[in-house]
Write a protein that binds this ligand. Structure first.
Ligand code: HPA
Length: 271
């Protein structure tokens, strides 16, 4: 089945549930999905009801779309995302971004939990993503290109919209929240990296590493969507602390989620 036919079926279903215009798509990462609970007049659609959506399997991900108003903006939020390491194709991982674009969103807010590589970062820091390094060995745009969806060779020079980064910094200042900035390097996972890989990542220019975000932002760029990316540094990357585990990731997001939510809401109100 062709992508645009699938999108027609998916968007028709989502609209039939009462979803109207959308300004911002939002992808809420591990432990950060609670923000969707603040969406007003919410319409909730579980992924397993949506045509061509797989079901999300990761702990800490609810697996539903939430539509409504947040900070005065019409948003469609994903509470939980699809990861390449779950065995989904890159096309499946990024399908929701296609859906957001097809529903008329002009922008996406992408969030994640990730490991800090920059030695000045600490667990609990929030990081504005300035750019990324695609280290997954994959690209969701591999294959025939549909010119109606976007260009064959998308420009990634400003994948993370500069004006949005300025707004996020202004929001952080007004809330008195410290906001780090840096480059996110996307691995496939599901293993955490080795200490040697983290040393390599640092030399290559990464400030943080994680297992998501990069595919979605590539498809956002292809679709002409503006992007705001915010990471929660949940731990220091391999070799920089004793060991890594998913519990710590969840604990840290739990600890900083109030600040995270305030920052996103304040930024949205400025956008
Ligand atoms: N590496 C990769 N992904 C992650 C990490 C990490 O250290 N922490 C949270 N997600």
């Amino acid at each position: 089945m062709k992508l645009n036919e699938m999108l027609q079926e998916t968007t028709a279903f989502i609209k039939s549930k009462g979803v109207g215009t959308i300004d911002f798509g939002m992808i809420l990462g591990s432990g950060l999905g609670e923000l969707a609970e603040e969406i007003e007049e919410a319409i909730v659609i579980p992924y397993d009801k949506i045509p061509f959506f797989p079901t999300s399997t990761v702990v800490g991900h609810a697996g539903q779309l939430v539509y409504g108003t947040l900070s005065g903006k019409k948003v469609l939020a994903m509470q939980g995302r699809f990861h390449f390491y779950e065995g989904h194709s890159m096309q499946t991982v990024t399908y929701p971004v296609r859906v957001m674009a097809a529903l008329g969103a002009h922008s996406v807010v992408v969030t994640n939990a990730c490991g800090g590589v920059n030695e000045s970062f600490a667990p609990g820091d929030l990081m504005l993503i300035t750019d990324h390094i695609n280290f997954t060995g994959q690209n969701p745009l591999i294959g025939p290109n549909d010119e109606e969806m976007g260009p064959r060779f998308p420009d990634m020079s400003e994948a993370y919209t500069k004006a949005y980064r300025e707004m996020a910094k202004a929001a952080a200042t007004s809330l008195d929240v410290e906001l780090k900035e840096g480059v996110y390097m996307g691995y496939s996972g599901p293993t955490y990296e080795t200490p040697a890989e983290i040393r390599m990542s640092r030399v290559m220019g990464a400030d943080a590493v994680g297992m998501s975000t990069v595919p979605e932002v590539i498809v956002a760029a292809h679709s002409g969507l503006k992007v705001l990316g915010i990471s929660c540094i949940t731990n220091l990357a391999a070799g920089m602390q004793a060991n890594l585990n998913h519990e710590e990731v969840v604990e840290t997001t739990e600890r900083v989620k109030q600040t995270f939510k305030s920052l996103i809401k304040e930024t949205l109100s400025l956008l």
